[in-house]
Structures are given as structure tokens and as C-alpha cells.
Design a protein around this ligand. Structure first.
Ligand code: SME
Length: 151
């Protein structure tokens, strides 16, 4: 499934007549529509020089958490750790920001531009423990493509 999706992601990213925002939204829509356990798909980016993340394009239920301070929640922790964070059971996490009561699990993969952690892709799932290393490798690929157009 992921191998088939990669060229589709690349095609969206290469669509220069769409704005960067539109392309990121289309990537979110593709992932949400194709992968049944990707229930909320969105990007967060570092908010200028502030130690916080700002919500970018996303698909899924609207969230109140449009700004997340570094260190807070799964997303804020990834902003400082620079490492993938796979959460099989969100209820088992003490530093977690709940967006919706239906969410069971989450994966956050940092997005690097020239080695700098500038944001992340965040996926929420209503399925318990669905994410494998294949998701990590695929989402690293997606972020690598996104890095090409936000640099
Ligand atoms: N659950 C995230 C907050 C963002 S929402 O999932 C969209 C967190 O703990 O950082």
C-alpha cells in the first residue's frame, strides 16, 4: 500500500501550480482517504522564532490545539526530541493532549529541512496500536518530499 502511495505523494508535491498549502492539504487528503486507520492527518510547523508549533494543513475533526508549546503533548515532545514518536495507546501517556475522545493512538514524525527540525506530520487513529515501522518509513518519505518545497 505504501509503495503505491509514494508516487502519488510525489506527484502532488511536484504540482507547482498549486500553492504549498494546497499541496500539503492534498497530501493529508490522500493519506486520510487511502489508509483506513489514518483518521486525522495534519502538519504542524515551528511558529517563526517562538518555541511553539502552529497547525498547518490538516484533514479530520477541527482541533482547539492550533498552537502547541514545545515540550507539551506528543507533538511538543517531538519538537524537542527530533525523534519519531509512536503511541500505541494514548491513554497510557501522561504528557498527551487529547483532541478527540475517539482517538486511540498517534504517530508523530519530525520534518527536517537542512537538518533542522521545522515541523512534523501528526496522525491520529481511532484504532488501537495500528502503526508499524512501515508507517514510520513511509511518513519519513512524505516529510522528505515536503521538505523539498518548504525549504
Ligand atoms: N495529540 C497531540 C495534539 C495534537 S492533536 O492530536 C491534533 C499531542 O498530544 O501533541
Amino acid at each position: 500500500m505504501f509503495e503505491k502511495l509514494k508516487p502519488e505523494v510525489s506527484k502532488i508535491i511536484a504540482q507547482k501550480e498549486d500553492s504549498v498549502e494546497e499541496r500539503l492539504l492534498k497530501v493529508c487528503q490522500l493519506l486520510n482517504a487511502t489508509i483506513d486507520y489514518y483518521d486525522w492527518v495534519g502538519f504542524y510547523f515551528k511558529n517563526g522564532d517562538k518555541p511553539e508549533l502552529k497547525l498547518g494543513p490538516y484533514v479530520g475533526e477541527p482541533t482547539d490545539h492550533t498552537i502547541i508549546p514545545f515540550g507539551k503533548g506528543i507533538c511538543g515532545q517531538v519538537a524537542v526530541s527530533n525523534e519519531n514518536f509512536v503511541v500505541p495507546d494514548v491513554q497510557a501517556q501522561d504528557n498527551y493532549i487529547a483532541c478527540s475522545l475517539t482517538v486511540k493512538s498517534e504517530i508523530v514524525i519530525p520534518l527536517f529541512v537542512n537538518g533542522e527540525n521545522v515541523g512534523q506530520i501528526d496522525i491520529d487513529s481511532n484504532t488501537p496500536d495500528p502503526f508499524t515501522e512501515a508507517d514510520e518509513r513511509f511518513l519519513e518519505f512524505v516529510n522528505g518530499k515536503v521538505a523539498e518545497i518548504i525549504a
